[in-house]
Design a protein around this ligand. Structure first.
Ligand SMILES: *Cc1c(COP(=O)(O)O)cnc(C)c1O
Length: 363
């Protein structure tokens, strides 16, 4: 416990920390019948495949050794899979870890970072931690307002996040508007296309970032093993971009931060892609079922291209979160705005739909 007199004797902390708070974990939820469904963090509802478990067990016997600091075997596997040269790929401790590397590589004090809002909660945290000023551009109808984002760029802007599909609204931006945006952004400014949910996209108008990054050295694509690949707990993601950009980003790698178990599991997951994509297909089918059931209940939901849905609840958001929690369903409630609910197993989704139907403030 801290004593008021400690303040005078404490180290001097960076002012950037004044804008940050310690992470508060969500409260565990339980229904009267005793079930507890986790639909708050967009994780895969499927446990690791047998081949992935085996790779993890095998790698576990080597944890007295440091991991490969270059993630060479994994980079080679990703390279073969994406048909992209190895020098165009860097791996990090989750795509959140990669985002931190990107910021470390481009931000000096006083620089600006632009992103849409509301979007991924890690952006404001990482931006402030980097010492940059956050420039938040409001979504328009739940979608990135790319024109306004391009307008927000100044000579101090060093990095722009574009979350496609957007967390938490699930919306995507389309090819022509994204290309027009990229054409407007100055070459000195790094654009990060965060494609954490790429595998769940079925809207063919949403472009593959890898194609867009191909001839643009200032565009990189972020991908993760946390969602479709089911390895959220192991913390591993990667970025694809121009070799010059990737070379700079790699210098910002926190040594040994991607552990050997994660590297082995990611390789096994890539080799099990057919089975994993079948799981993704099942989640996409459940997303359709859940979205249609919510619409039938009277909710207006965006057409989600990710593994979650977004309910606009405004002032009723926290009541909704508490109501779902009491029904044993953990959802992510953003006070005053809305609730994001992950697509889980059919049984979990049914429990959520029943809770949504019984919500007193239902539309
Ligand atoms: C879940 C998520 C990620 C994944 O982060 P990891 O650090 O790889 O677990 C990245 N970006 C967005 C927008 C996400 O929602």
């Amino acid at each position: 416990m801290s004593d008021p007199s400690d303040t005078a004797r404490s180290p001097r902390f960076r002012s950037a920390l004044d804008q940050l708070v310690n992470f508060k974990p969500g409260k565990p939820v339980r229904s009267p019948e005793g079930h507890s469904y986790e639909l708050a963090a967009n994780e895969s509802p499927y446990g690791p495949l047998p081949a992935v478990r085996e790779a993890i067990a095998e790698a576990a016997s080597g944890v007295h050794r440091y991991p490969d600091n270059n993630c060479a075997a994994l980079i080679s596997e990703i390279s073969g899979r994406l048909v992209v040269p190895e020098e165009n790929i860097a791996v990090g401790c989750g795509s959140v870890g990669v985002s931190q590397m990107l910021l470390e590589a481009v931000v000096d004090p006083g620089d600006e970072v632009v992103y849409a809002w509301r979007s991924f909660e890690a952006y404001p945290i990482l931006t402030r931690l980097s010492g940059a000023s956050a420039v938040e551009v409001p979504l328009r109808d739940g979608v990135h307002d790319l024109t306004a984002m391009a307008d927000a760029v100044t000579e101090r802007t060093r990095l722009i996040f574009v979350c496609n599909p957007n967390n938490p609204t699930g919306t995507v931006v389309h090819g022509p508007e994204l290309e027009a945006f990229l054409d407007r952004v100055p070459a000195q400014c790094l654009v990060v296309l965060d494609e954490a949910y790429r595998e769940y996209v079925r809207d063919t108008r949403s472009p593959d970032g890898l194609t867009l990054a191909q001839d643009r050295p200032n565009v990189v694509v972020l991908r993760t093993f946390s969602k479709a690949y089911g390895l959220a707990g192991l913390r591993i993601g990667y970025v694809v971009g121009h070799p010059l950009t990737i070379g700079a980003i790699r210098k910002a790698y926190l040594p040994f931060s991607v552990n050997g178990v994660a590297q082995a599991a990611a390789i096994a997951a890539l080799r099990s892609e057919d089975e994993l994509m079948a799981q993704v297909e099942a989640t996409v089918a459940e997303r359709k079922r859940v979205s249609e059931a919510l619409a039938a209940q009277g909710w207006s939901v965006y057409r989600s291209q990710a593994n979650f849905v977004w309910l606009r609840l405004g002032e009723r958001t926290q009541d909704f979160g508490a109501h779902c929690g009491a029904a044993g369903v953990a959802v992510r409630a953003f006070a005053g705005d809305g609730a994001r609910v992950s697509i889980g197993s059919p049984q979990e989704n049914d429990a959520f739909l029943a809770a949504a139907a019984a919500f007193p403030g239902r539309p």
